[in-house]
Design a protein around this ligand. Structure first.
Ligand SMILES: O=P(O)(O)O[C@H]1O[C@H](CO)[C@@H](O)[C@H]1O
Ligand SMILES: O=c1cc[nH]c(=O)[nH]1
Length: 235
């Protein structure tokens, strides 16, 4: 076991999907995995392992924000030897052509978090990036499925409520959407030499104020999860 995951070492697969919400982990396991076993309930951060079309895969809830995902990503890589981490999260649209229900794959992750400074020191602005192989496979899968997809720079913010953030400037520089975990996931994957990707579904739009209904959210979650699991199948 590790500090926040109460499971034997072999209870977790070498590839893990990472939703923020524990109930999304439960939904993924119950809807998509065969023989899913709940391996973690510490802090209700549910973790399950099962198979998807014969491929062993785990789903681990990460909670919200960079501090929380940093705990789970670190323990999964350091203590459980996980090789591939795919975040399946929600995001708020920023760019005007990003619509609610679209998928966004984070090619890179901009942040206002101090994790980059704390890791590299002043004067070095490391760019957290997705694993290109995973990104290419996921993008091809989404395109085959006919899902509306955007690939590019995503903002991973420290605060959900942030009146001080100049979002328009980020939009002017091509940032597509905002969420709260991807910079840490990509930074830590680089540290441990593992593969990481964030596939996000647009749940709302910060500029237009558009929101999804619960039913619409469910459908676009399903698209995101299918893209993630079909990508996992190729590994
Ligand atoms: O839906 P999840 O995966 O939790 O992701 C997004 O939702 C939360 C905010 O509501 C933050 O964690 C953000 O990154
Ligand atoms: O962090 C997030 C996630 C979804 N929607 C937002 O507006 N922000």
């Amino acid at each position: 076991m590790s500090t926040h995951i109460d499971a034997p070492k072999d209870a977790i697969a070498d590839v893990v999907l990472l939703p923020g919400d524990p109930l999304r982990a439960k939904y993924i396991a119950e809807t998509y995995l065969e023989d899913a076993v709940l391996y973690n309930t510490v802090r209700n951060a549910f973790g399950y392992t099962g198979t998807y079309q014969g491929r062993r895969v785990s789903v681990q809830a990460t909670g919200m924000g960079i501090p929380s995902i940093s705990i789970y990503a670190t323990e999964l890589m350091q203590d459980y030897g996980v090789k591939t981490l795919i975040r399946v999260g929600t995001t708020g649209g920023l760019a005007s052509d990003v619509k609610v229900r679209d998928l966004v794959i984070a090619q890179g992750a901009t942040t206002d978090s101090s994790i980059i400074l704390n890791t590299f020191g002043p004067g070095m602005y490391f760019a957290p990036l997705a694993d290109y192989g995973l990104l290419a496979k996921a993008a091809a899968t989404a395109t085959q499925m006919g899902v509306r997809l955007h690939v590019g720079n995503v903002l991973g913010e420290d605060r959900f409520y942030n009146d001080e953030m100049d979002r328009q400037k980020l939009i002017d520089y091509g940032v597509l959407a905002t969420e709260m975990e991807t910079p840490a996931l990509y930074l830590l994957a680089a540290k441990y030499h593992r593969q990481a990707l964030a596939i996000l579904t647009v749940s709302n739009h910060l500029i237009t104020g558009e929101e999804t209904t619960a039913q619409e959210r469910q459908t676009s979650f399903d698209d995101m999860i299918k893209v993630a699991l079909e990508t996992v199948k190729t590994l």
